[in-house]
Design a protein around this ligand. Sequence first.
Ligand SMILES: Nc1ncnc2c1ncn2[C@@H]1O[C@H](COP(=O)(O)OP(=O)(O)OP(=O)(O)O)[C@@H](O)[C@H]1O
Ligand SMILES: [Mg+2]
Length: 461
Amino acid sequence: MGFKRKNKLATKLGVLFLTSIMLLEGILFVVLYFGFLNERVMVETDALIARGNSHRDVLEKHFDRSTREHVALMESEAETQVVITDTRNNVLSHSNEMTSEIENTIESVNSTVVDGGIIEGDWGKAPFISSISPVKIKGEQVGYVYMFLDTSGIRDVRDRLTSQFLIVMGLALFLTIITIIYLSRIITKPLIHMKEATQKMSSGEHDVSLKENRNDELGELARAIQRLSNDLLRLKNERSDFLASISHELRTPLTYLSGYAEIAKRENLSPEDRSRYLTIIKEESQNLTNLVKDLFDMAKMDQKGFSIERENIKLCPLIDEVREKVKPAFENKGLSLYTNCENDITISVDSDRFSQVLLNLLDNALHYSGAGKTVRIEAVQIENEVKIDVIDEGEGIPEQDLPYIFDRLYRVDKSRSRKYGGSGLGLAIAKDIIEKHHGTISAKSRVGKGTTVQIVIPGVE
Ligand SMILES: Nc1ncnc2c1ncn2[C@@H]1O[C@H](COP(=O)(O)OP(=O)(O)OP(=O)(O)O)[C@@H](O)[C@H]1O
Ligand SMILES: [Mg+2]
């Protein structure tokens, strides 16, 4: 397990960080090392040659003992050293102690071919940089001026540079480790938590909690996952509630059916009673058929592939059509039905589905209004919106029930609604259909005064 596998992202970022620092540092080092250091060596070398040449110039005027001693004495106070030899490389004067290295250098020079300049320039290895200036009097070679510069100063600078470079490298490495730890805390850990949460969710555990109150993208992601988990939980609960209600809805009429069938079977029953019970049985089975049909409709609508087939139609003729359908039932109950439709409203809907919505609303108005009341359908277009109101003067819906009437299987007064076979699906289906048309449906009601259900859908220009 562990650090490496779990912190892939942090490690990758850390290595990237380290690489860029190293690269930057490397470039800096190369520039300093070769640029600055070589520059310094060049300046020192030039100065050495110039110094040797100026000694030579003095000596070309007087190549006598006292001048040579004078030159050597002057040089003994400087960082550089001078050695003056004759043409056979015998040392005549020198400023400082003669070391074996200096002697070796002098001996190694083939004095007959040299004509001045650097004889040892490798400051990295040799203890000295050295130069030679031949002394000529009237065209004749009389001796040589050797100049020596100790290279330890330059090497010191180089060593300091290298050690500082190494310190910075170490520091970068340390910073990288800190960065990796920090990144793993702020990036990898929350990611792992989220991964674990989604794994839990897919294995059916929906009450995950991600305590993430950060403001960045990771916080947003955590909150999105949290929302998803909450939604899943809600859907799961809704589904099991719904299944429980459905099974209840199916069981109740079935109990009636078997109860009444039992009674109808009795032998000593009068023909009138028997026919009454059989009628009830017929009605109940009709209700059951309706319920199953509604459930089937709803299941179809839940399917992803369910699509509505829209076409541009005139609203008023559609309302008239629906009205003709329900007219007998309204007349039967002694209810008046009026429509008030602004001419020329065009809507883009699936006309079968849309009629079903209107039928469901009128069905409610019919069932929840007493005889002698009035029901009105009013349709208007305001700018881009078409509003259709179904207004009744019926019993109304209590305020506390109003928010739930569009829920599946919700009924305000179960016994009363059941009496006529209502199952609490009519408005839920209506809402599904209207939302598929990108519209909204809402209800206002006052108990004892009546109910208004309003549909708002986009109109067609
Ligand atoms: N116009 C209305 N007046 C009074 N109450 C209403 C009205 N419309 C709906 N309700 C209440 O809202 C509940 C839900 O209505 P919905 O149409 O969804 O179901 P239902 O009429 O009971 O059954 P279904 O329509 O499936 O046959 C009803 O049971 C009723 O209590
Ligand atoms: Mg209804």
